[in-house]
Write a protein that binds this ligand. Structure first.
Ligand SMILES: [Zn+2]
Length: 318
């Protein structure tokens, strides 16, 4: 299977770019992921396919997950695409962000997450609505062209692997004969994937993500082609590093709990890579709070942390 990599610059600060991979084997064509939402990336992918003499209508788009830097072409072009069933409802974020307002308000109330913190998240969805062309009158049809695939299914020679954690229906695409996997955001070469607890996600995203990493360790993999950053040639070592990172962070979160605390109080005590919680930008604060919550949920599932609701707000104790 021939692999062509396209590097697409992102209009956000981090990550800097997305990788899209064109796979070619005789008459079989597939593209892993679809770039950032909007015209720009979709056009780049389309012209790269033309350059390689690959017909767009014979190409299968395999989408790792629903996030804004991966689904572009699914929303923008009439293509045949494949996603996990748990991801498809989230496509509504781009066409009808208000649909998610209520679950987010409930989430912020239950965990006492200041609505001010959520503003960047909400305006992000609002602006993404503009980016997919909603406000410019471009008609968006998604469901009709998105086909559902689940763990273990085969798309030609490619095996679908369910890799939840970063998002509930995250998929990786595996070529067993070549020891190659296209892992989306699960394993990145330099940074650690963000895993947060969000409305509509599983109740234990960190647990899911760690199980996913262990599942990858058990597979025969020589090369990981991630959706951001560089290609990973020594996958087992990198996966072990990531598992160690999550384990250490879990202990840190546990040690930060003193008495009965709300998520935000725990998040303030954690040492973030950008510095203290107050040093984070508004978007970073949202990610930090949801990540702290995800670790608290993991500790709670392990019985190491207790949750108690006080006046409708969840507090955590050890
Ligand atoms: Zn991503």
């Amino acid at each position: 299977m021939e692999v062509n990599r396209i590097i697409l610059d992102l209009p956000i600060k981090s990550p800097e770019y997305s990788n899209v991979y064109i796979l070619e084997n005789d008459d079989e064509y597939a593209v892993v992921d679809g770039g950032f939402v909007g015209e720009k990336h979709s056009e780049i992918i389309k012209s790269k396919l033309e350059e390689l003499d690959i017909p767009l209508n014979k190409t299968k788009f395999l989408i790792t997950h629903h996030h804004i830097d991966h689904v572009g072409i699914v929303l923008w072009k009439k293509v045949s695409s494949y996603m996990h069933p748990l991801e498809i409802p989230f496509l509504k974020l781009y066409t009808d962000p208000d649909y998610f307002a209520r679950p987010y308000i409930e989430w912020s109330g239950k965990y006492s997450i200041d609505m001010e913190l959520l503003k960047p998240l909400y305006s992000f969805f609002k602006s993404s609505k503009k980016m997919v062309g909603y406000s410019t009158g471009v008609k968006i049809e998604t469901k009709s062209r998105v086909q559902v695939v689940e763990d273990g299914e085969k798309i030609g020679m490619i095996r679908v692997v369910h890799t939840p954690g970063h998002s509930p229906g995250h998929l990786a695409f595996y070529l067993p004969d070549e020891g190659v996997i296209f892992s989306g955001d699960v394993v990145l070469s330099v940074t650690t994937t963000h895993v947060g607890y969000y409305p509509g996600y599983s109740i234990d995203p960190i647990g899911d993500h760690m199980r996913t990493l262990k599942k990858l360790l058990e597979m025969e993999i020589d090369t990981i082609y991630p959706a951001h950053e560089d290609i990973v040639k020594n996958p087992d070592r990198r996966i072990q590093e990531l598992l160690n990172h999550y384990r250490a962070r879990m202990e840190e979160v546990h040690s930060c709990i003193d008495g009965e605390m709300r998520v935000i109080e725990v998040a303030h005590r954690i040492s973030w890579s950008a510095g203290s919680f107050e040093d984070l930008d508004p978007w970073g604060k949202v990610l930090a709070v949801s990540e702290t919550l995800a670790f608290l949920k993991r500790l709670s599932a392990d019985g190491r942390v207790k949750e108690r609701e006080v006046n409708g707000v969840v507090h955590f104790t050890v």
